[in-house]
Design a protein around this ligand. Structure first.
Ligand code: LAN
Length: 724
C-alpha cells in the first residue's frame, strides 16, 4: 500500500498534513536523516485515535532523581502498547521503513532503463517520489553517501547522479550540478568501486574494459575442497555475495549494455572531467576514491585480476564461455523460481531482472520480475526508496510479539497477538527449495522462517529462532488464547534447522553453514564492504538460536534433548570465547557493541549465568555501565561498527541503544544488585516517549558488512520500556 501511495487520497486535512510532513523532513534533513515513517502513522491515524494511547507524564517521575513510580511505568507501557498495536497491518505483521543504503535504487533504475521497462514500472508519481528521495538525501557538499547518514562517496554520488538524470532532472538542475562538481573535484567517476563501475558499464557510461573481470567460468570450477581452488568456488561463498556474483558474471560475460541513447551520451560527458574517449580503461580498473575505500584489495587479488584480464581475450566468445553462461543462467532461473522472483536481496534482484531480459526480452521470466519490483519499494515522507530486502516482516513481528508479551499486559492486545500468530503461521517455510539442493548450493529450508516473507523463502538461523520464540511465547502465555496452535512437527522442523546450522566452532552463521575459509576474504572485490566472502558465526545469531533452544526445551523437554544440551554447551563456549577483553561483544547487524552485548548477555542468562555468579556477565555489565551517559541512556555512533571501537554518539542518548543496554543488564540480573542505573535509564526512555505513545526516530540502527548502515525503524518502539 505504500508503493501505491496516492497523494490525492485522504481528506484535504490529511493531504495538508502530508505536505507539511514532507516539508518538515526536507527542512530538517540535515539534522535527522532517517525518516520516522510518518506516512505509515498517518494511515493508521484513526486506529491510533481509537486505541486512545495518549501519554500523560507525571512531572515528578520525569524530573525526580529517585526510583520511577511503578504506576507511571504501567501507564506509559500501556500507551505504547496500544499505539503499537494500532500500527499492525491487516495480515498481522508490522511494516516499517527498511531503507538506508543509497546504492540499491540506482541499480534498479539503471536495469529498468536498460531494458526499456522503466515507465512500465514507475509511473509519474513514483518517479517524483524517487526524485524527492534523492534530493532529500543529498549531502551538503553535493555528494551522496553509501547510506543516508554517511559521508559522500563516489559510489553514492555517481549512482545518485544517474538516478537524478534518468528520472528527468536536467544537466543544470541545482542538485545535479552540485553532484557533478563533487565528482569532478575528485577526478571523475572512474575513481569508483567495482559495483558502481559495473552499473555504469551496463548503462554504457563506462567501458567494460575498465572492470576487473567477473568471469562466469567461476561456476565451472571444481567444488571439492581437496582441489584447493574449490575453496574459492562461488558456491562456498556467503549467499548474498554468491547471488550478486551470479548475475554479475552473466551480464559481464555477455557485456549486457544499454542502447546508446542521448542521455547515455550526455552521461559519458558529464561524469568525467576528461574526454571519455581518452580514458585509460585498463588503468581505471583499480582506481577507487579515498572516500569509498574501506577494504583495499590485497596484492594477491590484484594479481589475480591482472591474470584474468589477460585471459579475457581468449575466454570471451569461446565455447567454455558459452557453457559457463548456460550454467549461470540455470542458477539464475533457479533463484528466481525459488523466491517467486523476489530474489535474496536488492542488489541481485535488479541484476537477475536484467539477466532475464538479456536472455530474452519477451520472456515470462522478465515479466514475472517486473511484477515483483514493487515488493522492494517503500514510500515515506522522504520519498520512495528501495529496501535492502522485500521488507523485514517476520523479524519485526517476532520481536514485537515477544515485547508485547513481556509487558505482562498481553490481554490488552489479545486480538492483535492472535493476528500476529496467524501471520507467523502463514510465513513459516514448510518445504525445501526444489531438489537437488546441493547442485544449487542451497541449505535445507523446511521449518525455517525468512527475514521477510514466505515467498522470499531464504531461511535464516536467527529469524527462525526469534519466530520460534514468538510462537512458543504466544502458545504458552496464559493471557493469549491462541486459537490454532502449531502442530508439534512444525516446531520440531524449526528446531531441526536451527541445530543444522551450528558450526564446529559452536557458533551460528546467518543463512548457511560456513563452507570455506576466511582466506577467501582476500578476494573480496567490493571495496566498500568487509567480511562478505563467507558466512561467519556471529554472537547475535548464536544467542538467538541458543535462547530459542532453551525456550523450546522448556516446552518439549524430551525432544532431541541430548543434542540440544550439547549444542547449548558448545554455544556457550563459543559466546564466551568471542567476548572481548573489555566485556563487550561486537555486534555485526546492529549498532554495535550495545547490540552485540545485549545478545551476549541474553545467551549467558538463558544458560543460568548472572551478574552475581559469572565473571563473563559481570565484565559485560561493567562495560555497559561504563558507557551510560549523563541523561541515563546509552547512545552509540555507527562509527563503532566501522572502526570496531566503541564510539559515543554526540548529544542525547538513543532510545534503541538504551533499550538494548537495559535488556542486557536486566537479563543477567544486574538490577537486582544495583537498581539505580536502570531507573535512570527508564526515566530517560519514559521521558523520550511522545504524547501519542511512539518513540522518536533517531539515528540509523542497523548495519551490514561493517560499513553500510540500514534502517530498522521498528526498533525504536522501546521494548525495554515495556519490559521494565
Ligand atoms: C540483513 C537484514 C537482516 C539481518 C539479520 C536477521 C538482522 C541478521 O541477524 C542476520 C543477517 C540479516 C538477514 C541480513 C543480511 C544482509 C542483508 C540481507 C541485510 C543487512 C539486509 C540487506 C543486506 C544485503 C546483503 C544488502 C545487499 C548488499 C550486499 C553486500 C549484497
Amino acid at each position: 500500500q505504500h508503493w501505491e501511495f496516492d497523494p490525492q487520497a485522504g481528506t484535504p486535512e490529511q493531504r495538508a498534513q502530508v505536505e507539511e510532513l514532507r516539508e518538515n523532513f526536507a527542512n530538517n534533513r540535515r539534522a535527522k536523516r532517517q525518516c520516522s515513517d510518518e506516512l505509515l502513522r498517518l494511515q493508521a491515524a484513526d486506529r491510533i485515535k481509537a486505541a486512545g494511547a495518549n501519554v500523560v507524564k507525571d512531572p515528578c517521575v520525569v524530573q525526580g532523581r529517585g526510583p520511577v513510580a511503578v504506576s507511571q511505568v504501567d501507564h506509559q507501557v500501556l500507551c505504547g502498547l496500544k499505539y503499537y498495536a494500532a500500527l499492525q497491518q491487516r495480515d498481522g505483521h508490522w511494516a516499517g521503513d527498511y531503507g538506508g543504503p543509497n546504492f540499491l535504487m540506482p541499480g534498479m533504475v539503471i536495469a529498468l532503463y536498460a531494458t526499456g521497462a522503466l515507465d512500465r514500472v514507475f509511473g509519474a508519481e513514483a518517479r517524483a517520489e524517487i526524485l524527492r528521495y534523492h534530493r532529500n538525501h543529498q549531502n551538503e557538499d553535493g555528494g551522496f553517501g553509501l547510506h543516508i547518514e554517511g559521508h559522500s562517496t563516489m559510489f553514492g554520488t555517481s549512482m545518485g547522479y544517474c538516478v537524478l538524470r534518468i528520472m528527468g532532472a536536467d544537466r543544470d538542475d541545482e542538485a545535479v550540478a552540485a553532484a557533478r562538481k563533487w565528482i569532478h573535484d575528485r577526478g571523475g567517476a572512474q575513481y569508483n568501486t567495482s559495483w558502481a563501475k559495473f552499473w555504469l558499464a551496463v548503462l554504457g557510461a563506462y567501458s567494460w574494459d575498465g572492470l576487473n573481470p567477473v568471469p562466469p567460468e567461476m561456476w565451472l570450477l571444481p567444488y571439492s575442497a581437496w582441489t584447493g581452488i574449490g575453496l574459492l568456488h562461488p558456491g562456498r561463498m556467503w549467499c548474498h555475495v554468491r547471488q550478486v556474483m551470479l548475475p554479475m558474471s552473466y551480464i559481464y560475460g555477455v557485456r549486457g549494455t544499454c542502447k546508446e541513447t542521448d542521455l547515455v551520451k550526455a552521461l559519458r560527458e558529464e561524469l568525467y572531467p576528461v574526454p571519455y574517449d581518452g580514458i585509460d580503461w585498463n588503468g581505471a580498473r583499480n582506481l577507487c576514491g579515498k572516500e569509498d575505500l574501506y577494504f583495499p584489495h590485497p596484492f594477491i587479488q590484484d594479481a589475480l585480476w591482472w591474470f584474468l584480464y589477460k585471459c579475457e581475450n581468449v575466454l570471451a566468445g569461446s565455447s567454455l564461455r558459452k557453457k559457463a553462461l548456460k550454467e549461470a543462467l540455470k542458477l539464475i532461473h533457479y533463484e528466481d523460481e525459488s523466491t517467486r522472483y523476489i530474489d535474496i536481496g536488492g542488489v541481485s534482484k535488479s541484476m537477475n531482472l536484467l539477466a532475464c531480459w538479456l536472455e530474452d526480452p519477451n520472456s515470462e521470466a522478465f515479466k514475472k520480475h517486473l511484477a515483483r519490483v514493487p515488493d522492494y519499494m517503500w514510500v515515506s515522507e522522504d520519498g520512495m526508496k528501495m529496501q535492502g530486502t522485500n521488507g523485514s516482516q517476520v523479524w519485526d513481528t517476532a520481536f514485537s510479539v515477544q515485547a508485547m508479551i513481556a509487558t505482562g499486559l498481553g490481554k490488552e492486545v489479545g486480538d492483535c497477538l492472535q493476528l500476529a500468530h496467524q501471520f507467523l503461521d502463514k510465513s513459516q517455510i514448510t518445504e525445501d527449495p526444489m531438489p537437488p539442493l546441493q547442485e544449487h548450493y542451497r541449505h535445507i529450508s523446511k521449518g525455517a522462517w525468512s527475514f521477510s516473507t514466505r515467498d522470499h523463502g531464504w531461511p535464516t538461523a536467527d529469524c527462525s529462532a526469534e519466530a520460534l520464540k514468538a510462537v512458543l511465547a504466544l502458545q504458552t502465555c496464559p493471557e493469549t488464547f491462541v486459537k490454532q496452535p502449531f502442530l508439534d512437527d512444525r516446531l520440531f522442523d524449526c528446531v531441526n534447522i536451527i541445530l543444522s546450522y551450528q558450526s564446529s566452532t559452536g557458533g551460528w552463521p546467518t543463512y548457511e553453514n560456513t563452507r570455506s575459509h576466511s582466506f577467501a576474504e582476500n578476494f573480496n572485490a567490493a571495496e566498500t564492504f568487509s567480511n562478505i566472502m563467507i558466512d561467519y558465526d556471529y554472537v547475535e545469531l548464536s544467542s538467538s538460536c541458543m535462547t530459542a533452544l532453551c525456550e523450546f526445551r522448556k516446552a518439549y523437554p524430551k525432544h532431541r534433548s541430548a543434542e540440544i544440551d550439547g549444542a547449548l554447551k558448545r554455544g556457550k563456549d563459543f559466546i564466551q570465547r568471542i567476548q572481548r577483553e573489555d566485556g563487550s561483544w561486537y555486534g555485526s547487524w546492529g549498532v554495535c557493541f550495545t547490540y552485540g552485548t545485549w545478545f551476549g548477555c541474553e545467551a549467558l542468562a538463558a544458560l543460568g549465568d548472572s551478574y552475581s555468579t559469572s565473571e563473563s556477565a559481570r565484565t559485560a555489565c561493567d562495560f555497559l555501565l561504563d558507557k551510560q551517559k549523563e541523561d541515563g541512556g546509552w547512545g552509540e555512533s555507527y562509527k563503532s561498527s566501522q572502526d570496531r571501537v566503541y564510539s559515543q554518539l554526540d548529544g542525547d542518548s538513543h532510545v534503541v541503544n538504551t533499550a538494548w543496554a537495559v535488556m542486557a543488564l536486566m537479563a543477567v540480573g544486574y538490577h537486582e544488585v544495583h537498581p539505580l542505573p536502570l531507573h535512570a535509564a527508564a526515566r530517560f526512555m519514559m521521558d523520550a516517549q511522545q504524547v501519542d505513545g511512539d518513540w522518536p526516530q533517531q539515528h540509523i540502527s542497523g548495519v551490514f558488512n561493517k560499513n553500510c548502515m540500514i534502517s530498522f525503524s521498528q526498533y525504536r518502539y522501546g521494548e525495554a520500556a515495556w519490559r521494565i
